[in-house]
Design a protein around this ligand. Sequence first.
Ligand code: TYM
Length: 342
Amino acid sequence: MENAKDSIEVVAERKKRALSCIQPTGIPTLGNYLGAMRNWVGMQDEMDCAFAVADLHAITVRQDPAQFKKQIYEMFALLLAIGLDPDRTLLFVQSQVPAHSEMTWLLACHTQFGELTRMTQFKDKASKHADNINLGLFAYPSLMAADILLYQPDYVPVGADQKQHVELTRDIAERFNNLYGKVFTIPKPYIIKNAARVRSLQDPTKKMSKSDANQNAYISLKDDPDTIVRKFRRAVTDSESRVYYGEGKDGINNLLEIYSAITGLSFEQIEQEFDGKGYGEFKTAVAEAVVDTLRPIQQKFGELIKDRPYLEKMMAEGAGRAAAVAKRTLDKALKKMGFVVM
Ligand code: TYM
C-alpha cells in the first residue's frame, strides 16, 4: 500500500506545472481569449495549472472601487465560464493570497532599476497615464515575478506582449537562486503562435486592448452577436479586395489570424475558401465564427455572475489552496535569505 502511494506521488510530482493571471480591468477582449485564456483550458489536461485574477496589478492605474469589485467577480466568473475546472485547476484571486505582496518585496530588492526602465508595458502605460507614474506601475514586474515564482511553474502561458515580463522573471529567479541556493523553478514563457497577438480592428498596427478608447477597436467577450458583426464590418482593411496574408495588409492579416485561430484552418486554406469573394463576405464569416465561439461562454457567464455566494465559495477554496502552496515557497525564500522564520 505504502509503495503504491509513494509511486503515485512520484508520478504526480513529474507533471509539468503552468501558471498565468489576468487583470480584472474590464471584460477581456477576443485578444485576451485567443491569445491566452483559450489555451489555458486545453492545458488543464496536460499539466497542473493555476490561474488567477491579478487584481493587485490593476491598481497601478486608478480604479473606481465599486466598479473594480464588480470586475473582480466578473473576471473570476469568466475563468469558470471559459471552462477552467476548479476540481482540477487552482483558480484564485491574487489579493486573497497575502504571500504575493510579501514575496514582491523580496523580489523587488533583486530587480534592477535599469531592467524596469526597459519594460515596454511600463513605457506604454507611463505615457498613457503621465499624471500618475507611481512606484507600483514601475515595480509591476516584481509583483508579476512573485505571482509566478511562488507556484514553481515550468510554463507561463501568455500572449506575446507579456513575454518580456516572463523573461525578466527568469532573470530575477536565476539571480536569487545564484545568491542563496535553489529556491525557484526557472519558468518559460509559453506562447501559442497562432493569435499570440490579436490586433485592434481600427488600427491593426496596435494590439487589441480592453482599455482602448474606441470601442470599435476591440471585441469584448460580452459583446452581443449584432455588435460583433457590426464591429467586424467596420474593421479597417486596405484598398485591395483579395483575401490573402501579405505585407501592408495588417487589417486582413489580423482577420486571417483570428479566423485561423478559431477554425484551425491554415492561411492557405482560408485563402482558397475566399477565393473570388470580397472582404465583405470574409468579414461576415469571421464575425460568425467569433459569435459561435463566444455563445456558450456568454451563456455560462450569465448564469454564474448572478450567483455571488457560489463565486465566493470558489474564491475562498482557491485562496486557501493557493495560500498553502505560496507559503511554502515564501518561507523557503525567507529562510535562505537569513530571515528568522517562525
Ligand atoms: P493582461 O491582463 O493584460 O492580459 C491577460 C492575457 O492576455 C494576453 N493578451 C493578448 N494576447 C493576444 N493578443 C492580444 N491583443 C492580447 N492582449 C492581452 C496577455 O498576453 C496575457 O497573457 N501582466 C499580465 C497579468 C499578469 C500575469 C501574472 C500573467 C499578472 N501576473 C503572472 C502571467 C503570470 C497582464 O497584464 O495581462
